[in-house]
Each structure stands twice: as C-alpha cells, then as structure tokens.
Design a protein around this ligand. Structure first.
Ligand code: ADP
Ligand code: TPW
Length: 562
C-alpha cells in the first residue's frame, strides 16, 4: 500500500503499463513532450534504442513485432516526428506486423481551436486511415486502458499497426498512486487461438484430395504464425510441392526437395488446386490472373482475416482461422486422403533441374566489375556456414536477385521490402532484428535503397550491433548513368565511397571490387560481430529498370497510335 496522498503521474503510468504487459524494448527519437518519458523508461529497465529518424525507429518496431509476435513500440514527438513514424506504421499495417506508434501531442484545447501550438497537429485524425486502430488518452486514469486496447488491436486477428496518442497534458498530470496502479490492465491472451470450423477444414481437404496437381503457397502470415512444424508435417504427409513468398523463405528450408521455387511459373501455371496459406493473392502473385495463372485453378485459402477471401479470385474452400490451429486441424483430419501426385512432382523436379542448370552459368560467371549474380554468389558463399544470420534485403535488382540467390534455412530470417516493395526499411529492420535476436544481421542493400535510412549507421555503431551492411553500388536507382553524361532522374553520384560513412562512427569499412574480396570481407565482418559496411562495387550498366516489375511502369497509350 502506498502512503496516503502519494501521487503518481502520466509518465510513470505509461512506463508501468508497458512493463506490466511485458514491453522490454522501445525504439524512438527524443524531444518535446516525450524526452522524460524515454528517460524514465530507460531508468526503469526498458531497453531504449534512439534513432536518427522516426521512420527507421518505426521500422525497427515493426520488425520487432514480426519477429516476436508482440507489439513493437515506437515513440515519437508531435506532428513532424509523428508523421515520420507514420510511414512505418502504415507499412507495418500493410504487412500485417503488430506495432504501436506512441506519439506525444499538443494539448487538445489548443489543437482543436487551431491556435498554433509548437508542432500542432490533429494526429489522431491523420493516423486513423493509415493503421488498424487509433486511440487517444485524455486522462491519466485511462492510460492503462489505452495501452491495453492498443496491444489487443495490434495483436488480435490480422495483426497490424496501432496509433496511440498521448497528450503532453496527460503525461504531466498527477493521479493518486493507488488509483493509478488499479487503473492499469494486464492484457490476458491478446492473440487468442482461432481454430477453423470443422466443415471448412473438411471442404478444404475434399478439394485437395481431388487435386492432381496441388501446390502450396506459403506467405509471411504463415511465418508470423510460427506454424513451421505443423506446415512441414502437412506438406511432407501429402508430398505437395510448395512455393514460399519472400518472407516465408526458410519456413521449410529452401533446399527442401518439395520446394518448387526453381520452377515457380510452371508450378503456378499448371496447378489445378492451390493451397494459399497466410499469403494474399495481391500484386505479388499477379492477383491470380493470366498469364501467370490458369483460369481453371481452384483455391483453398487459409487466413485469419475472412474478408481476404474472394478479394482477387473466387476461393472455393476458404478456411478462416489462425494458421497454426488450421494446419493442426488439417493434419488431424488428413488420414492419408491427400496423396502424393508422382507425375506432377516429377515434372516439377525436371523443370527445376533445367532451370537450375540454366542459371548456373550466369551464377558462376566472374565478370569484372561484379554484377548482381556474381556479387550475390560471393555473399552466399560467406553465409553458407552461418544459418543463424538474419538477412535484410531491399533495392530493385538487389532485392530480386537476392531473393533468388540467397537460400534460407530457418523461418523468419529473411526481412525485406514486403507488400509495398518499399525502400527505407533497411537499417531500421537491421537494428530491430539485431536488438531482438542478438544474432548477426546482414543487410543487402541497393545503393539507392540504402540512402533512405543510411544515417542509422551511426545508430548501429552507437549500440555496437552485429550488423553488416553490404551496399550494391552501381551508381544509381536500378543502375548508373553512362560516364561523362549529366545525371538523369535515376542517377546517383559515381564511385561513392560508402564505406567511409561507417568509419566516421568507428565501424569497419570495406571497399570490394571482386568476389573473393567480398566473400572475405563478409566473413571477417561476421566473425568480428561488430558493425561493418561493405561497399560492393557493381557494374553501373548491370541492373534493369524497376528490376522484375518493369511492366508496372505506366506506358503511354498515345505512343502506340500510328
Ligand atoms: P506474402 O506477402 O508473404 O504473400 P501477405 O502479407 O500478403 O503475405 O499475407 C499475409 C496474410 O496472412 C494476411 O492476409 C494475414 O491476414 C494473414 N495472417 C497473418 N497472421 C496470421 C495468422 N496467425 N494466421 C492466419 N493468417 C494470418
Ligand atoms: C519509399 C521506388 C523502387 S526500387 C528503388 C526505388 C527508388 C531503388 C532501386 O535502386 P537500388 O537497387 O536500391 O540502387 P538496384 O539493386 O536496382 O540497383 N520510394 C519508396 N519506395 C520505393 N519503392 C521507391 C521510392 C524504388
């Protein structure tokens, strides 16, 4: 019992509410009105990672959410800091990662009359369309409820980003300590298991049992669900080929014999029944449309969000539930009903072999300067003995080639541009992954992509995180401009010495122009467990505009007219 009359305040209640719910890490940028809140959190034993820009802090929180299935917490100052963080919150929501953006805000009476406060903005209204839920706390006794609602909204059902607005007034307000303590809420079971209806499981198995050319597609929702054991049991029992979406790589190892990744187009175009597990049929899967897809293919879809079904193609067998419970139910009801389709599996194996042989020549070539394939082979060779490493990957060509060339062995170890194909996640994801796992991180970055969050190299050095950043430096967005010409909209400075950036902060820089030195530098950097940056010089003519998605650039219809 506290002494009669003992008081607490909003600062303390926020920190206590977070701790009560197991929050042990906060990512953010300090300033009015949250500086004392961050100091208090740190003094109370919460790890604090201070960033150079809120977008990276938010990205770190988002990937913390994906990697832990608990909400990653980002704290920002008002208006501009909040807006910087909002990009990451929207990206987290789009990718179904649980995250809470907590921003300080100006007092309501000034904001609502637009009286022009320091960093004034109606943040709640701005945030709402960009996240799963948005709440504001106006009284200190509501802090516990606000945080509880934010946690539940972020984690339950389809995970996503939540905005929590804390006014400066609330942070500073006093409350009787006993009443304050009583007002806090420990959230019980924030992401309850959602087992599927038995009839939906039966419908799915009936359809899969009728398939002659079944194919499973695993998405990052399946990776998030931590269902690798159940998924493996189901796929191995049925002998069904599978394709991982990029962040689902490693759910089953990429070298698993049932992986159809090297025969992707053939498998998708010829499957008669597709089992989509925790993957949306969005642009990344060509919306399920021709020419990649066959109009007669039928779908089983497993997803926690029933509104996802039929969004692009009619779903013959929707199964609403969490992926883990769903695969457990599928396994329990399977009873040998879905049989290995040998002819189909062998046809896929044949195509895989052909494609692997076709790609080998390109992969094993050693051009000078390096191209994307040869540099990634050098990276792959250094990673071969390091299955624990977390990979962050962004860029256009660097992303496309990286996804194909770098095999993953473990679930949730590949973190990339995701659903939006966004640039700027690199250093934030790298810090978040290193912070949460304590494991080495290798960020494979296009030179343009790196620039979006490059200043966080200082953050990585300040905390001594075991992050190695490799910059695929081809002097431009997609590729460089020809020597001696003016810079075009896609050009970046020629011959940049990115490795000097990390040297400014005491980290180790490498300048690599061939594959042997790249493999050697990465091996050395990983062994050091210290911050490092490798400037991998790539042929400026290597790389295609927009990588694999050039067709998404709008074309002028006028140009086609005679
Ligand atoms: P990818 O980009 O890998 O194809 P998406 O992000 O498009 O994957 O899709 C992920 C899907 O997984 C979303 O539709 C989301 O609702 C779903 N999802 C997320 N968590 C779970 C879960 N625990 N159980 C079932 N579905 C989930
Ligand atoms: C937030 C548009 C897509 S890819 C890319 C940009 C700017 C960079 C490609 O060049 P990079 O990679 O990184 O050097 P590479 O391997 O081809 O040489 N702003 C945001 N997101 C996106 N996707 C863009 C712009 C874009």
């Amino acid at each position: 019992m506290s002494d009669a009359g003992e008081m607490t305040d909003g600062f303390h209640l926020v920190v206590e509410a977070l701790k009560l719910n197991g929050v042990d890490t906060i990512y953010g940028v300090a300033g009015i009105p949250i500086t004392d809140l961050l100091r208090l959190a740190q003094n109370e034993g919460i790890r604090y990672f201070g960033f150079r820009h809120e977008q990276s802090a938010g990205n770190a929180a988002a990937i913390h959410g994906f990697l832990t299935a608990t909400p990653g917490i980002c704290m920002t100052v008002s208006a501009p800091g909040f807006l910087n963080g909002l990009v990451a919150l929207a990206n987290a929501t789009t990718n179904c990662f649980p995250m809470i953006l907590i921003s300080g805000s100006s007092d309501r009476n000034i904001v609502d009359l637009e009286q022009g406060d320091y960093e004034e903005m109606d943040q709640l209204a701005v945030a709402r369309p960009h996240c799963k839920a948005a709440y504001r706390v106006n009284r200190p006794q509501d802090i516990g409820t606000g945080i509880a609602r934010a946690i539940r909204a972020a984690l339950s059902g389809r995970p996503g980003g939540v905005y929590l607005d804390l006014t400066a007034e609330v942070l500073g307000s006093a409350l009787d300590a006993e009443a304050g303590k009583r007002s806090l809420v420990r959230v019980v079971d924030p992401a309850p298991a959602a087992p599927p209806a038995p009839e939906s499981v039966k419908r799915a198995l009936d359809l899969l049992a009728s398939a002659e050319r079944p194919l499973a597609i695993l998405g990052k929702g399946a990776a998030y669900a931590r269902a690798e054991a159940e998924i493996r049991a189901f796929l191995e029992a049925t002998g069904m080929p599978f394709l991982p979406m990029s962040m689902a790589k490693g759910l089953l190892p990429d070298d698993h014999p049932q992986s159809a990744a090297a025969a992707r187009s053939y498998a998708i175009g010829n499957a008669d029944v597709v089992l989509l597990a925790g993957a949306r049929l969005n642009w990344l899967l060509s919306h399920g449309r021709a020419p990649l897809w066959n109009a007669s293919t039928k779908f089983v879809q497993l997803d926690i969000a029933p509104t996802e079904f039929d969004s692009n193609r009619a779903i013959a067998a929707p199964v609403a539930g969490d992926i883990r419970s769903t695969f457990a139910a599928l396994n329990a009801a399977l009873a040998g009903r879905v049989k290995r389709q040998s002819g189909w599996v062998e046809e896929i194996d044949k195509r895989k072999q052909q494609n692997i042989e076709r790609m080998a020549a390109r992969l094993n070539a050693d051009p000078s300067p390096m191209n994307f394939s040869s540099a990634l082979r050098a990276v792959r060779n250094a990673l071969a003995t390091q299955p624990d490493v977390y990979i962050v990957n962004e860029g256009a060509n660097t992303l496309d080639f990286g996804r194909n060339i770098i095999d993953m062995d473990k679930p949730r170890h590949r973190l990339d541009s995701g659903t939006w194909g966004v640039m700027g996640i690199g250093m934030g994801y790298a810090v978040g992954a290193a912070a949460v796992t304590g494991k080495p991180v290798v960020a494979i970055e296009g030179d343009s992509a790196f620039g979006f969050s490059g200043m966080e190299i200082e953050t990585i050095c300040r905390y001594g995180l075991p992050v190695t950043t490799i910059i695929f430096n081809n002097n431009g967005v997609y590729r460089g401009d020809p020597e001696g010409t003016a810079y075009t909209p896609t050009g970046l400075i020629r011959g940049a010495r990115y490795e000097k950036i990390i040297e400014a902060f005491g980290g180790r820089g490498y300048h690599c122009t061939d594959t042997a030195s790249l493999t050697g530098a990465l091996a050395e950097a990983l062994a050091s467990k210290q911050p490092a940056l490798i400037n991998a010089v790539i042929d400026p003519t290597a790389g295609t505009e927009s990588g694999h998605i050039q067709s998404l650039n709008p074309k002028s219809a006028a140009a086609a007219k005679p």
